[in-house]
Design a binder for this molecule. Structure first.
Ligand SMILES: [Zn+2]
Length: 497
């Protein structure tokens, strides 16, 4: 008999997560039989359940359990002027460079960063000395370089946005002289409303859900008679034609947002900003993310968006490192002021106590469903030694787990099957429950561990005599005998709902 060396559990990697997601039906590459469509993903039978659970948890915390927040579901297509007012038509663009040799496309700032990294510690323009630099773009490079920990020498520096980038070698094919001068490329997806493709019928797929809330501020405020402070919450798809996508569902061109716009009196904004940063961290912990996997990072002044008075990111430790899970921004009165100006309709709130009209300030906690999904999957993934093998288990919070209970009869035959089917029929009225009678009980437990099912109910021959079943806990693997009568309530107590 050969002795197998005990398997060693390893750390979570993107490769393992993507593989498990595909193998067990959480996430598939979109249009896979046609070779896929870059960075586009489809949620499979278990993925859609888990994603719905993420959204339900957010909606419950943000709308159901609060008196001061109401919901909204605005259209994806909006009047094109909305995006002029929001600044997206003019400002939501990246400078892009094409390689004429290999036909690849790059963001210009990424080219400089790549080049700077290759050159070493000092950025020097070939043959140039004193060069004029657009201060905004210089800051962008400075920031990009800071991220890569490359030292930055202020001068000489190639002029950003100039043709200097054409002197760099292509990072993909290494050809020199093949890069085109940068062109501005708007990240919004454009389409046409109605049958005629002309400028007058131009529309965009929304790049964020927030604007649907701002343009409905008055509709919601007057119909609900909410007093400041109050919020409007919305979940929905948004689209950005990103050049750099990747890390699985972390950055996609089509994604789903969960956004709250919380309107407050000017002067009370700093306090509410702090409130929401803390509340949102607590939310992610409440759905099972370990505290050590989360941190808050306040943006430096030069990192802030044009509309923001202050922004903090709630970051999560993804398999590749820290990344943004949610952003909380103090947008001041930028959006309502812009929409007042562009629509010609004064958007204000009348404060009866003070007998004056104010433009409310707004605090925006904004997170992505897909990122939340990936963070929860990453944090839950564990490999544990189990005899000679490794047990892969998703330690998902019961509220997030796609399947809550699995019913496993020890035999496919009667009379066990009948009893098990009856239990299954009762339990599935309350939760998503799986019935599995294929292969050994050990393998069935493994399958449920791998998809994060918190509880397994095993129906065995003893059940026929004592009307009891074995309930196995996913995390401790402890087993207890419980009577069939009142089983749903007993499981409910263990699940927490
Ligand atoms: Zn190339």
């Amino acid at each position: 008999m050969t002795q197998k060396a005990p398997a060693v559990p390893g750390p979570v990697t993107m490769e393992k997560l993507v593989s498990l997601a595909k193998r067990r039906g959480f996430v598939f590459p979109s249009s896979e039989i046609y070779g896929g469509l870059g960075s586009t993903w489809d949620y499979g039978p278990l993925g859609v359940l888990m994603k719905n659970n993420v959204k339900a948890a957010w909606w419950r915390a943000m709308v159901q359990e609060r008196d001061d927040i109401v919901g909204l579901d605005a259209a994806i297509l909006m009047h094109p002027r909305v995006w002029e007012a929001s600044g997206h038509v003019a400002g939501f663009a990246d400078p892009l460079v094409d390689c004429k040799a290999c036909k690849q496309r790059f963001r210009e700032d990424h080219l400089w960063v790549g080049w700077a990294e290759k050159e070493g510690t000092v950025v020097t323009a070939a043959g140039s000395t004193e060069i004029e630099v657009d201060p905004v773009l210089e800051k962008k490079l400075e920031k990009a370089l800071k991220r890569t920990k490359v030292a930055y020498a202020k001068a000489p520096l190639p002029k950003w946005g100039s043709d200097k980038v054409t002197t760099l070698p292509c990072p993909a094919c290494d050809t020199v002289g093949s890069l085109t001068p940068p062109r501005m490329f708007n990240l919004m997806f454009k389409t046409f409303v109605g049958p005629v493709e002309e400028d007058a019928s131009k529309a965009y797929l929304r790049p964020e859900t927030a604007q649907g809330i701002f343009v409905n501020f008055e509709n919601v405020q007057t119909t609900t008679r909410k007093k400041l402070p109050f919020g409007i919450a919305q979940m929905g798809k948004a689209f950005r034609n990103e050049i750099t996508t990747g890390n699985f569902v972390f950055r996609c061109r089509e994604f789903e947002q969960m956004e709250l716009e919380f309107f407050v009196k000017p002067g009370e904004d700093d306090r509410w900003f702090e409130h929401w940063v803390a509340a949102r961290v607590e939310f992610w912990k409440s759905v099972g993310i370990r505290p050590e996997s989360l941190k808050v990072r306040a943006h430096a002044k030069d990192e802030l968006s044009h509309y923001s008075k202050g922004t903090s990111d709630i970051e999560f430790q993804f398999a590749w490192g820290w990344g943004e899970l949610e952003g909380v921004a103090n947008r001041a009165d930028f959006d309502l002021r812009q929409h007042s100006q562009f629509s010609g309709k004064s958007i204000k709130y009348f404060d009866e106590a003070a007998n004056e009209s104010v433009i409310p300030y707004v605090i925006e906690p904004s997170s992505g469903v897909d990122r939340g999904f990936l963070a929860l999957l990453t944090d839950a993934y564990r490999e544990e030694p189990d005899k000679d093998e490794i047990r892969v288990v998703l330690k998902l919070h019961p509220a997030i787990a796609p399947i809550k209970v699995a019913v496993l009869p020890l035999s496919k035959k009667e009379p066990l099957a009948k009893v098990a089917q009856e239990i299954y029929a009762t339990l599935r009225k309350r939760w998503f429950v799986q019935y599995d009678d294929a292969q050994s009980i050990g393998r069935r437990y493994r399958r449920q561990d791998e998809i994060g099912t918190p509880l397994c109910v095993t129906v065995d021959f003893q059940t026929l005599e004592d009307q009891q079943v074995t309930v196995r806990d996913r995390d401790s693997m402890a087993q207890v005998r419980l009577p069939i009568a009142g089983l749903a309530s007993a499981l409910s107590e263990r699940l927490g709902f």
